[in-house]
Design a protein around this ligand. Structure first.
Ligand code: ZN
Ligand code: ZN
Length: 306
């Protein structure tokens, strides 16, 4: 099969991904083989490709927002029929035995594996994954609309839940890319007001078009104190600014898989709660797909070979 292989992390400008022929993987017990129809491109793929996340497997096929159909079932699988449409996300598998797994918090597992990082992912014609960690994709979503929800959607939705935001509440977004542009649609559906802080003027415009009450630069103070905020950008220097924008007792959620170091800040800012690492969630925790009417992703599509 054709796949995009990363042999050694390097700056993206040096084109470290090579389009190569590799053997079609075979499903082991509990796994299924999936024919990939669409795979989203995530900022975390760039962290893997450029080595900001230390290599776990080499060479590796990146990609962790995979939508495809079941091609072949491994021994003992029964959850999906051949031809069924499924999604594969970042959390590939957990050990199932540590204290976290045994207490219903397997997203915190001590020994997880990650799609497109510690095992091969979806920048390929085929991928294998454990059926227990896959998502059934509802019929209402085209492949390319469902793919971004498998990372951006999961991070956005889990961050929203952790923010504790309620109808009428004021919610800040720091960074306005893939996760935020999905999350704002859900937040508005829930009746919250959204304040978007992002350095990119196009993203400020997009936030306003999608219904944000206010949009400004990353370090511009929102016009009102916020009940909660979510930092989607992988930049630690945003954290003190986001804490300052919150009411006392507010909640700051750090949504990314990776973040640059957080600078020191005054103890006074810790009248707030910080929560982080939103992406490690598995389907055992049953995040629900939103209704296709509730959220629509803005897409830029490319064939894999380019
Ligand atoms: Zn991702
Ligand atoms: Zn575990």
């Amino acid at each position: 099969m054709k796949a995009c292989l990363l042999s050694a992390p390097a700056a993206i400008e040096t084109k470290p991904l090579k389009y190569a022929d590799v053997a079609v993987p075979q499903p082991k017990s509990g796994e299924v083989l999936v024919r990939v129809r669409s795979c989203g491109v995530c900022r975390t793929d760039l962290h893997v490709i450029e080595g900001e996340l230390p290599p776990r497997k080499s060479p590796v096929i990146p990609g962790h927002q995979v939508v495809g159909v079941i091609e072949k079932r491994g021994e003992g699988t029964k959850r999906f029929a051949v031809g069924g449409r499924v999604g594969i996300a970042w959390l590939h598998q957990t050990d199932g035995t540590c204290d976290y797994c045994r207490s219903g918090a397997e997203n915190l597992c001590d020994h997880p594996t990650f799609t497109g990082y510690s095992v091969d992912g979806g920048y390929a014609e085929y991928v294998v994954a454990p059926e227990a960690f896959m998502y059934a994709i509802p019929d209402g979503f085209p492949d390319e609309q469902a793919a971004p929800l498998l990372c951006a959607g999961i991070i956005g939705f889990r961050s929203l839940r952790f923010s504790g935001i309620k109808a009428g509440g004021r919610l800040g977004f720091y960074g306005f890319g893939a996760a935020a542009h999905v999350a704002i649609q859900v937040a508005l559906h829930w009746g919250a007001e959204v304040y978007a802080s992002t350095r990119d003027a196009r993203h400020q415009k997009l936030a306003l078009e999608l219904g944000a009450t206010w949009a400004g630069g990353t370090f511009d103070e929102p016009p009102k104190k916020l009940d909660a905020a979510i930092v989607f950008a992988p930049a630690g220097e945003i954290v003190p600014a986001a804490l300052k924008a919150l009411k006392k007792g507010g909640v700051l959620v750090l949504g990314g898989i990776h973040m640059s170091p957080i600078p020191s800040f005054n103890y006074d800012l810790l009248y707030r709660t910080i929560r982080g690492k939103m992406a490690r969630i598995s389907c055992a925790l049953r995040p629900r797909f939103p209704s296709e009417r509730m959220c629509k992703c803005i897409l830029s599509q490319r064939p894999t070979a380019r």
